[in-house]
Design a protein around this ligand. Structure first.
Ligand code: BGC
Length: 786
């Protein structure tokens, strides 16, 4: 008893010592409460503000946490007094973005450039995506990075968004599932992801100030649905809020988005960080920042972080504007992240990921993401030896897009190298001509594949007639057309269309080779959609390998020569004209150059917020994005959503649906009916019965891909759909409503190639959610019958 009393008085005496005199608790996974209790207000504010961008420069500040991994986009702050180490955050999504060179270090720190997001999504293969990102995650871990700032999964609302190459699809089910696989692959390696940009970052023009005005229905059914699927299926360690506003509120200040929807409705438990310098309005909007509001909204970490951010948070608490309980929650979320990391566990990273093995991973993954758009029996080029290559891109392939999504890789294989590796002879006269031109171009414009948005124009001399020697010396002609795009800038209609030079080249090469009875193949080395309707009849085959990473030349050669078989399917519609897309009229492509002239805008900054598609963008197409529009309004397209050929053919058996109570299972048997091995995708589109709201003609609800099927071989694919996922969002009820009636499950190999269907009667179901993210202006959304 005496001992107990003594112990008690010793303990209470100890507890009443001033904070500084007490031994500070050292962070462990099980003492986060004690650590938070021991933190000063300043320490808390410092922990929720990153350590700046020192690591981003070529010569990071030695000794600061920003020098831990040079080239990393940011870090959290270490607090040694409490045993809290930094967390290193580095870009993706096509691979780990770090600096190759380090001060006083002769080693090279290359990372693998894997296929871009759009290419991964075109595989429609979640297992493949997970394999790719397992390899990527190993690089993240072995280079000492804790969180990869990826995947990027904003919906591809319009073909011209500059960052579409990082994004996955116009459809939320495809996009959400591919993203979940991506996250699961990376996180299986003991490192985290940051799912970005949450949300509505569907254009790059004025991305830091643009207000996405969107109906609650389109928000719920499309732009949030992909994030919801990804988050529920993969539990990403972190999420990155976007730069833009949604219905008038900055996403990083939106309690509705970051707390009510993300955490209360979806049950998200991880951390939310701002995009870099996000939460700061551009000058033309008044330059407003409110770090207290970020913290209150549930945005736990400000990146990259500046001293004034810390001060703002401290002041907000001291003035009573911000209740410290919100800050404590953010601190807890940062600490939860810290204790999950390998750095916290004392892991010794090697700085030697298996780059050789990963080169093979990216080389092979490219085949599954490559879409064969046309083939009249030309591909694969089994008996071809001599090849004539046209178009600058044949000699300088683009591995990926620009900006933070660009990966500092050791090399990019060109098509010449790829074809030579495959045993082909590439026409040397042509090669020399192009090489000389490209050398000159690079001298003038800088190295391609860095942050150069321009692709070399075809030189004038190449507009000359295709020579008879070229035609007689070669078995086949390949023309590569390319486009590059990236962060901070949207594409233009001009960029979407063929240039006059490209068109002339196509006509000349096709005429000359066809006259000699020889074939022409077009390779599209692009990051997004381009115009094809006006010229697709000219060549004999069109292959779309996208920008599939550093092994691109080898990957394309494997496909052309038949060493691998394309099995990609389009993750978005390819319209006939860019103006066919209902979102184009409210996309910055119609912003004239004068209105983007910042210097004149700044003269009357307040006006800028009123400029359509600069200050705000009305999502007037509502739920009719991509095939939801084209298929419902029966518009002609150049290539439909989900389209993609193979070197073999497939048949689909009759689909069967089974009521499983809460869910529905659907099965279909696919058989390889051709002469070569290949893979096929089953795409399940659901047509819902009529309800009070109009509905798209059909919506993708599930998909699955076969393994490689040998000729004659079959596989039965089984897919599950939760009944609640058949619901439409009813704004009047703030609820997901499954209208009762007969649902048709249409199984096909594209949205316009339905092979069979099955039906099932489903009962009414309602799931109420919060009435949040309301538009603040009257928004007219496209409706059927308009
Ligand atoms: C981009 C993010 C990126 C961040 C860090 C921002 O400008 O929008 O995608 O992760 O920079 O580099």
């Amino acid at each position: 008893m005496k001992i107990k009393a003594l112990l008690f008085s010793a303990l209470t005496a100890f507890a009443s010592l001033p904070a500084a005199a007490q031994p500070a608790p050292q962070l462990r996974a099980d003492n986060i409460d004690a650590v938070i209790a021991a933190m000063t207000l300043e320490e808390k504010a410092n922990l929720v503000v990153g350590d700046g961008m020192g690591g981003f420069s070529a010569r990071p500040v030695i000794g600061s946490s920003s020098s831990i991994v040079p080239g990393a986009a940011g870090t959290t702050k270490a607090i040694p007094r409490l045993g809290i180490p930094s967390v290193v955050l580095s870009d993706g999504p096509a691979g780990l973005r770090i600096n190759v060179d380090r001060p006083f270090d002769h080693n090279k720190y290359y990372a693998t450039h894997f296929p871009i997001g759009t290419s991964l999504a075109s595989s429609w293969n979640t297992a493949l995506v997970e394999d790719v990102t397992k390899a990527m995650g190993q690089e993240v871990r072995e280079y000492g990075v804790e969180v990869l700032l990826a995947p990027a999964l904003c919906l591809q609302r319009n073909p011209l968004c500059g960052r579409n190459f990082e994004y996955y699809s116009e459809d939320p089910v495809l996009s959400g599932n591919i993203a979940a696989a991506y996250v699961n692959g990376i996180q299986s390696q003991g490192v985290g992801t940051s799912v970005k940009h949450f949300a509505f970052n569907n254009q790059e023009t004025m991305r830091m100030g643009n207000d996405a005005r969107v109906s609650q229905r389109a928000a719920r059914e499309l732009y949030l649905k992909n994030f919801q699927i990804c988050i529920e299926k993969s539990h990403p360690w972190t999420i990155m809020s976007s730069y833009n506003r949604v219905n008038g509120v900055m996403t990083s200040e939106s309690h509705d988005l970051l707390t009510t929807i993300l955490r209360d409705e979806w049950g998200y438990k991880g951390l939310v960080m701002t995009d870099w310098f996000g939460g700061t309005d551009p000058v033309w909007r008044g330059g407003h920042t409110d770090r207290g509001a970020n913290i209150w909204a549930g945005n736990d970490l400000i990146e990259p972080g500046m001293d004034k951010d810390v001060k703002e948070i401290v002041d907000a608490v001291k003035s009573g504007k911000l209740d410290v309980k919100y800050l404590n929650q953010c601190v807890r979320n940062v600490l939860d992240l810290v204790v999950r990391t390998k750095r916290f566990a004392g892991y010794h990273y090697s700085n030697h990921p298996d780059l050789e093995a990963h080169a093979q991973v990216t080389r092979q993954a490219a085949a599954e993401g490559t879409v064969l758009l046309k083939n009249n029996g030309t591909l694969p080029l089994t008996s071809v030896r001599n090849v004539a290559l046209y178009g600058n891109a044949s000699y300088s392939l683009i591995a990926g897009g620009t900006g933070s999504g660009n990966v500092n890789r050791a090399y990019t294989i060109s098509l010449v190298e790829g074809l030579r590796n495959a045993g082909c002879h590439v026409d040397e006269t042509l090669t020399n001509r192009y090489a000389a031109y490209l050398e000159e171009w690079t001298r003038k414009h800088g190295k391609l594949n860095a942050n150069v948005l321009e692709v070399p124009k075809l030189p004038d001399e190449l507009e000359a007639e295709v020579t008879s020697e070229e035609v007689s010396n070669n078995d086949v002609a390949i023309i590569t057309l390319s486009r590059i795009s990236g962060e901070g800038q949207d594409r233009t209609a001009e960029n979407y269309n063929l240039s006059t030079q490209e068109r002339e080249l196509l006509h000349r090469v096709c005429a000359a080779y066809h006259q000699a009875g020889k074939k022409v193949v077009v390779v599209l080395n692009v990051g997004g959609v381009m115009e094809t309707a006006s010229w697709k009849d000219l060549p004999d085959a069109i292959l779309l390998p996208w920008q599939c990473g550093q092994e691109i030349g080898n990957s394309i050669a494997d496909l052309l020569m038949g060493k691998s078989t394309p099995s990609g399917k389009l993750p978005m519609t390819w319209p006939v004209s860019i103006n066919d897309d209902p979102s184009t009229k409210n996309f910055p492509s119609d912003v004239k150059d004068e209105s983007l002239d910042l210097s004149s805008m700044f003269k009357d900054a307040s006006k800028m917020a009123q400029v359509k598609n600069v200050g705000y963008t009305n999502y007037e197409e509502g739920i009719y994005v991509g095939y939801r529009y084209y298929d419902t309004f029966k518009k002609e397209v150049s290539y439909p959503f989900g389209f993609g050929l193979s070197y073999t053919t497939f048949s689909f058996g009759k689909p069967y649906v089974k009521d499983q109570g809460k869910s529905i299972s659907l099965s279909v048997t696919i058989t390889n009916t051709g002469k070569r091995p290949g893979k096929e995708v089953a795409q399940v589109y659901v047509t819902a019965p009529k309800g009070k709201e109009d509905k798209p003609a059909q919506e993708l609800k599930a998909f699955a891909k076969t393994r490689t099927l040998q000729p004659g071989e079959s596989q039965t694919l089984v897919m599950n759909i939760d009944k609640i996922d058949l619901a439409s969002f009813y704004e009047s009820k703030s609820a997901w409503v499954v209208d009762p009636g007969v649902y048709t499950f249409r199984v096909g190999s594209s949205s316009r190639d339905i092979k069979g269907n099955a039906t099932l009667a489903v009962k009414k179901q309602i799931k109420k959610v919060h009435n949040v993210l309301k538009p603040q202006v009257k928004l007219t959304s496209l409706k059927l019958g308009q």
